[in-house]
Structures are given as C-alpha cells and as structure tokens.
Ligand binder design. Structure first.
Ligand SMILES: *Cc1c(COP(=O)(O)O)cnc(C)c1O
Length: 368
C-alpha cells in the first residue's frame, strides 16, 4: 500500500532529537511560555522574513486571533466583511466567523487560488479585509492583492496553513508580506508538530504585542488582564520539536518539488488535468491535486485504491454547502462547486520513494 502520507516515517528521523528534548523538558520543569517557544518564534520569524512571530495553539485560532487583534487595535469591527476564497478548507471561514466578522465568498482562478479579478469586483463599502489562502501550497498572488488592498484601504491577511516556505511570484516567502499571516503546525502540514500548533507572523509591532497578550488571557503581565483574551498557547514541547523540524523545511520542500516535477512531466492521461503550477521552485506542494473530468473522479479513486494507492479529496464539500454554514447555502459559486467534484490529491511528501512515485505515475497513465 502506498500511503497518502506516512507521518510515522516523516518523524522517524527525529526520534533521538525528540527524546533528548523531552528529557530536557522533564529536567527543567518548565513546560509553557519558555525558552523553546521564544526560540521558535525568533527562528520562524527569521525564516519568513517577518518582524514578529507569535506561537498559538492551532491554525484555526491563528486566523481568529489575527482578526480579534485588529479589532482591539480599532482597525476592524464586529460585522465587517472579509473576502475569503470559496474553495478553501472550512477553517478559514470559521476563523472569520468566530471573530464576529462576515465572510464574503469569492471564486478562485484555475490555479485554485483566490481570483484577484473577482475580488476586485466583490469589494463593497462593507469590505474591510481580504483573507487569502495559499491553497495546496502554492502562494496566492500577494503582489496583486497588496496593490488591490492598498488602493481600497483594506487589510490583507493570508492563511499559510498549507504553505510553509512557499514563495510568491516576486520570490518573497509567505509570512512576511501581508498585515498578518496564519500558520498551522497540524501534524500533516509541511511543518508539522506532534500534536496541534499554530503561529501568526506580522511586521506590525503593535499587533504583535496585542496578539502576545491575547493568546494568553489578554495578559502581558501575570494576573493583569488588558483584553478579554483566550488560552491559545504553543507549548514548549511542540515548540522544541518544531525548532528541530524547521531546520529541514527547505530540504523537505525541495524533495516535494522533485516529486511534483516528475508528476508534471510524466503524468499523461486524457482524463486527467494536471495542476496549474506557476513556478515549481516557489511551490511548497503540501498537496498535489489533479482534476478528473467527465464525472469520473470516484471511479478513478476506486481504481487507484484497487492498485493500493491511497488518495484524499481536498475537499469533497465546499464550505457554503456544509451543514454548519446553512446561512450561505443559497450562494451560487459554480467554480468552487465544480472543483470539489473534480479534485483528487495523490501522495506527495519528503519520504515517498522513487519506486512509489514511478508506480503512481504508471498506474495513473494506465487508467482507462
Ligand atoms: C489545516 C488548515 C487550517 C487549520 O489548522 P488547524 O491547526 O488544524 O486548526 C486552516 N486553514 C487551512 C487552509 C488549513 O489547511
């Protein structure tokens, strides 16, 4: 069986390092808000070329906390409209709703990312922010969104949960070029913890200070609470593990790019549309997502399963069709709806073997 993602294998190389870190932590007795978190925040900010990084408990809360911080700073208010892509993972939408703001769904382009053109048309008097997503690991068009946001007096945020290390068209790493960026370190992400984790990067020092307090009960100083905050901390053990794995992030993304290059060059089947990749070397390839035409997607997935190749659909139901989001079910979003019927993600990771990649390509090319 070729696994969709072999997490056990991915973490195997860190077995010794993780053991050492766990023992050090037990010896130190300090498990929250300590030197490992500080060190990871410094290293990850540097990696993203951002001024600040603040660790939080997960990616969903990273999104919500960014928006709450801008509310505290007086730059957003309850009920403001935030533009989001119609085909994202539901977390982006829930993050906006949980912060008391209103998601406005805008359709993606062929590259799966939020369309600049459609965003421009969707901007209204109520629009106060754009929350773009680097879906599947390819950077959204940040230079164009930066221009659009500044021309319209909007805040620009990005959800980089799938795009650690990805670069935009100008070669700028995601995480350093918008007002604030949300990251997730969910175990299956390109930079994954051994549990939940998340972070926010920003170049705005005032916002960074608010977020630092907000994630910890709104407190800068113990038992002094400035804001109605939350408990959303990244613990020392996860921060220590992430610090170790961050050292290899570029190496691992390079391996993913090499697999993607082979898929792009060698997959050839009339039923299959390869993803639109702007630049292999800028893409983090969190996922490699094919589109299958003629309502054959489920048939294709069963075929691969029969040939012992695991696949996953990202995502089978668009957010506005989820039971949780009934208030949006009347929306007409044909691009997202069609994508959800056609997409299928095939295995890609830093630990997939050459033989496995060759088997996947041959099996896909033999599909009829
Ligand atoms: C994984 C993911 C999140 C949420 O991250 P969690 O850490 O699981 O809360 C948000 N947005 C996108 C696009 C994701 O893929």
């Amino acid at each position: 069986m070729i696994k969709f993602l072999d997490l056990q294998q991915i973490n195997e190389e860190y077995r010794e390092a993780f053991h050492t870190q766990l023992v050090d932590l037990l010896d130190s007795g300090w498990v929250l808000m300590g030197k490992h978190l500080e060190s990871f925040e410094t290293n990850f900010a540097k990696y993203c070329k951002a001024k600040h990084c603040v660790g939080v408990a997960n990616g969903l809360e990273a999104i919500t906390i960014i928006l709450e911080a801008y509310k505290i700073a007086g730059k957003l208010k309850e009920g403001d409209d935030v533009i989001v892509p119609s085909n994202t993972y539901i977390a982006t939408i829930l993050g906006v709703i949980n912060a008391g703001l209103k998601p406005v769904f805008v359709e993606p382009d062929e590259d799966f990312n939020l369309s600049v053109k459609h965003t421009q048309k969707a901007i209204s008097q109520n629009t106060k922010a754009i929350f773009t997503v680097h879906l599947y690991g390819q950077a959204s068009n940040i230079p164009a969104f930066t221009k659009l946001a500044s021309e319209n007096g909007l805040l620009l945020f990005d959800d980089a949960a799938q795009a650690h290390g990805a670069k935009d068209l100008e070669g700028q790493r995601v995480g350093g070029s918008t007002h604030a960026t949300a990251f997730s370190f969910y175990p299956g992400k390109n930079l994954g913890a051994l549990g939940d984790g998340g972070a926010i990067t920003t170049n705005d020092s005032e916002i960074a200070q608010i977020i630092k307090a907000y994630r910890n009960y709104g407190s800068h100083q113990k038992y002094h609470n400035k804001y109605k905050g939350v408990n959303s901390r990244l613990d020392e053990l996860q921060a220590a593990f992430l610090n170790k794995k961050l050292e290899n992030l570029d190496r691992d993304n390079k391996k993913r790019q090499n697999v993607a290059k082979q898929y792009l060059e060698q997959i050839d089947n009339k039923y299959i549309q390869l993803p639109l990749v702007h630049d292999i070397e800028k893409h983090a390839f969190h996922l490699f997502v094919l589109r299958i035409k003629e309502s054959r997607r489920d048939h294709f997935q069963e075929y691969l399963a029969k040939h012992n190749i695991q696949t996953v659909i990202h995502y089978p139901i668009p957010p506005h069709h989820q039971s949780a989001l009934k208030e949006f079910k009347h929306l007409n979003l044909p691009v997202a709806e069609q994508m959800q019927d056609e997409v299928i993600s095939i295995p890609i990771s830093q630990v997939i073997t050459k033989d496995e990649v060759n088997t996947i390509i041959k099996t896909i090319n033999d599909y009829r």
